[in-house]
Design a protein around this ligand. Structure first.
Ligand code: XMP
Length: 516
């Protein structure tokens, strides 16, 4: 499949470049910036993008690509640091003393270039660079300049390269998608062959080859990724080979476990182990109110229950499947090697089972080539219920981090009742899909209220709704006031233990999305 290869030098937006290219229908693949450029790597590669970087080309340990990248004959596009890399590697000079640019800057053409086909002069680009170009290499041509008079685009005839100082992958950059399309499709001639249907065919063949007729075990969390992974395995393998295990921690939402079971049976699951471990989790959580300690206790209990139950249900030489995504691979450093930062590790339980299976080379990760939105599309293709595919994220420790302070069964039941009203109201009012993540929180305080003629002393529930791209930052969802008032009234009417409802108006940062 025609591919645009992205050499990652550690920029925070490398993933975005990959996604934007795929959104054009062209397959993209990210590798570490210093990956050896060998023929096998280049087999389907029609173009190469050199990403940005927090490093400066002047640093002695600045990341450099394999020099063969300049001789391979494939068109190159340098973005930000990638452009500065091209300048330095072609004999020009870059330093930090010229000028810096951050934020919006208009670009003005000095020459024509196919990269800007359909992009008007003076378009707004998005800058974030401390170093600038002082001297152009001999074979370089200035294509565009920023409104501050700094080189915005340079081409290099000898190596079929072009570089831009701005970031076309960020949404603030006007015509960013057109520029990436002009490169991938126009200049490189990459064909738009990337569809989830195609992925399913390729991955199905690969998984069948990898596991043969051995059994495969997949632990189901109830979230999108593990459910879509289950649907894929059930479709591409003999369903008799596929063993699914779901551990109900007692910290799940209203009827969630029943829905998970129904969904998996509808997808054709034959070996489905539903483990009710509520008692085991809640007894461990008794008396603990520190959030990190709660997470640790839940993580440990999870590992223990998993080990016991897996041993009870499956033995021998089986494969372990995981719903790892492309972003998880890259964030955990396995995708791009040394340059990636470990961001999400605290969210994933590192279980001995996973470690042992990984060491034995018996892990199957059928979604590891996909971004989250692609997983949702694949889920739809595989017949996973829309309700599951479009679900908001839900944290591994579940309601335990949404019940502030000590967790017990009674509080879980109260929060489940509140959250069920909140989420079903969001769906019935058509608000659910405007929000990135919505949930309710039970506060460890009680407040006075009146019900009928009596004074009550009820719990306080907080409602949260945020808009976000990836959970790293978040804005408060501007809730329509009438909907908020009506939902709040429904909650206090139907859940007698709750006497007061508040709406959280904090963005991230400074707050986090979850309350603990
Ligand atoms: P925060 O609260 O850190 O949340 O702003 C960002 C995103 O991560 C989710 N989250 C977790 N997910 N285990 C998880 O699997 C956790 O311990 C955890 N803590 C937060 C949160 O729901 C949000 O989507």
């Amino acid at each position: 499949m025609d591919t645009i290869l992205i050499l990652d030098f550690g920029s925070q937006t490398t993933q975005l470049i990959g996604r934007r290219i795929r959104d054009l229908g062209v397959h993209s693949s990210i590798v570490a910036g210093d990956t050896a450029i060998e023929d096998s790597l280049l087999r389907d590669v029609k173009g190469i993008i050199l990403s940005g970087s927090p490093a400066s080309v002047a640093d002695s340990d600045a990341p450099v690509p394999d020099s063969r990248v300049y001789q391979c004959g494939v068109p190159l596009l340098g973005i930000c640091y990638g452009l500065q890399r091209l300048v330095a590697d072609h004999g020009g000079t870059v330093d930090a003393t010229v000028a810096r640019e951050y934020g919006r800057s208009r670009q003005h053409y000095r020459r024509q270039h196919p990269l800007f086909k359909g992009v008007p002069d003076g378009f707004v680009s998005w800058m974030s660079h401390g170093d600038s170009i002082r001297e152009l290499p001999a074979d370089a041509t200035l294509i565009a300049e920023s409104e501050h008079g700094l080189p915005g685009c340079i081409s290099f005839a000898q190596t079929n390269s072009v570089g831009i100082q701005f970031h076309p992958e960020v949404t603030h950059c006007e015509y960013g998608d057109t520029i990436l399309e002009n490169f991938a499709v126009g200049i490189c001639g990459a064909r738009r062959q990337w569809t989830v249907q195609h992925y399913l065919e390729l991955e199905g063949r690969r998984v069948r080859q990898q596991v043969g007729s051995d059994p495969v075990l997949l632990l189901i969390s109830g979230g999108v990724d593990s459910t879509v992974a289950a649907a894929l395995l059930l479709q591409v393998l003999d369903p008799q080979q596929v063993h699914l295990m779901y551990i109900d921690t007692g910290l799940m939402r209203h009827r969630e476990s029943e829905e998970v079971e129904r969904g998996l049976r509808d997808l054709g699951a034959r070996h489905l182990y539903l483990i009710n471990a509520e008692e085991r989790f809640l007894s461990r959580l008794a008396g603990i109110s520190d959030p990190e300690q709660k997470r640790a206790v839940i993580g440990d209990a999870f590992i223990e229950v998993q080990q016991q139950e897996v041993a009870r249900h499956i033995s021998g030489d089986y494969f372990l499947a995981q719903g790892t995504l492309y972003t998880d691979l890259i964030e955990s450093g396995r995708g791009v090697g040394t340059k990636a930062k470990v961001i999400k590790s605290h969210h994933n339980v590192r279980s001995p089972l996973v470690e042992a299976k990984r060491a034995a080379g018996r892990i199957v990760e059928p979604l590891s080539g996909l971004y989250k939105d692609e997983v949702r599309r694949l889920g739809k293709l595989l017949g996973v219920a829309a309700h599951t595919v479009d679900r908001h994220p839900f944290p591994g420790p579940g309601l335990a981090v949404r019940i502030l302070g000590e967790v017990n069964r009674e509080k879980c039941d109260i929060l489940r009742a509140v959250d069920d009203i909140y989420l079903s109201q969001l769906r019935s009012r058509g608000l659910y899909h405007q929000i990135w993540q919505a949930f309710s929180v039970l506060l460890p305080v009680r407040s006075t209220g009146v019900t009928g003629d009596a004074r009550g002393y009820g719990y306080v529930a907080a409602l949260r709704a945020v808009i976000s791209r990836d959970g790293m930052t978040a804005d408060v969802y501007p809730f329509p006031p009438q909907d908020l008032l009506e939902i709040s009234a429904l909650i206090t009417n139907r859940v007698p233990e709750v006497g007061r409802v508040v709406y959280d108006v904090s963005s991230k940062p400074p707050a986090t999305i979850e309350w603990e």
